[in-house]
Design a protein around this ligand. Sequence first.
Ligand code: GDP
Ligand code: GDP
Length: 454
Amino acid sequence: AEFLRLDEQAADGQGGEEPALAQPVLAVVGRPNVGKSTLVNRILGRREAVVQDVPGVTRDRVAYDALWNGRRFTVVDTGGWEPGASGLQGSVAAQAELAMSTSDAVLLVVDATVGATTTDEAVARVLRRSKRPVLLAANKVDDERLLAETASLWSLGLGEPHPVSALHGRSSGDLLDAIVDALPEAPRDLGTTAGGPRRVALVGKPNVGKSSLLNKLTGEERAVVDSVAGTTVDPVDSLVELDGQLWRFVDTAGLRKRVQTASGMEYYASLRTKSAIDAAEVVIVLLDASEPVSEQDLRVVTMVAEAGRALVLAFNKWDLVDDERRHQLDRELDRGLVRVPWAERVNVSALTGRAVRKLAPALRTALQSWDQRVPTGQLNGWLSDLVAATPPPVRGGKQPKILFATQAGIRPPTLVLFTTGFLEAGYRRFVERKFRERFGFKGSPVRINVRVRE
Ligand code: GDP
Ligand code: GDP
């Protein structure tokens, strides 16, 4: 058995070109101070103490990748999902509801030294309705004598309590075995937005407002997160709830703590951008609408298209844009964005909050396109009409024929055209344009490969 943080692999550049496959999600829920975060760290095999010994400290909503006995899964620590006005019991129950709707299995952590409290019972009531597996961890069983206490937790009606000491690691292997057994092989609803949180990267050149926007999206919590800076050493992702849906913003550590390196700043930033894009399914490229679109902006946009990720262009600082600037911007975009006319666009202001709620629908549209597959029959019906009306240009005295097409892949959508000869780039672009007119694919790059059959 081994522990390994996948984040570290990704940071090493071993992440590869393909987006990480969606993994089943385990959500860890429970009252404050039962040891959820300590247990999450134990699951991740970390040595450093991430836990703050301050009761009620608001932590960020975070998701981590874990690997146990060759099985990969995502752990969501709900430690930072803070009480609303509804009091502790209500908020922990709400936390459990959210966890159930966004994960593939739930781990309820109870403090065995305290026993089942009324809050634990309320949460267990919620979790008993779950259609997904629920596991019960009896934490703080630091020695044998406490084992007897765990038996009383059968009363929660969630099956066998798993005794564990998150602090000392006692029996954590057994618990992990049970977790891995309970998790499905693949996350549910793969390919739809109802599965685990989808991965979003927020990128853009310095000072476009990335931190400000993340701040706006995560609300007031962020201030608290910043004040406990240093609790997280590795790149971490943030879970952000937008429009009733949970999103996993990847590698947001750099947006929290502004990394200032005098030299090589841009180099560092572009490496970071590349790795965030690779880790994401959909990318928000943030641009400063009050300034001319720059080479650097376009480079980032190109990076996203080449990486084959879904794309949302967010024009920030819209509060500074007047009519004159707007017309200028239109002209700049006509010229600059010829390669990505399909990108989703939103005009926002991280400062005033203008239109930031339009981001979630744009992300959803882009991802739907990214996941979309056109059945082969439909594709070929459309293609034969297209080719009959506008055949490929003659090359070297020969008319290449398109024999057959298939959508070989999604994420990004990839078409393969089987032909009798070379198709010019101009004709391929024409096919793509017509394909989009017919089938949409707004927000997603579409790849067109040509296989010449001799
Ligand atoms: P959370 O609020 O549920 O995330 O709880 P924390 O992980 O922050 O832990 C709350 C406190 O319980 C911390 O002081 C931990 O050191 C302590 N704690 C966590 N796990 C154990 C354990 O297995 N045994 C003991 N004795 N203390 C633990
Ligand atoms: P980052 O480097 O991309 O993370 O950018 P920051 O979030 O640090 O923002 C850079 C500067 O732009 C800060 O002074 C922000 O206050 C300012 N800023 C961010 N968003 C907006 C906005 O929507 N409108 C205006 N007027 N200023 C903004």
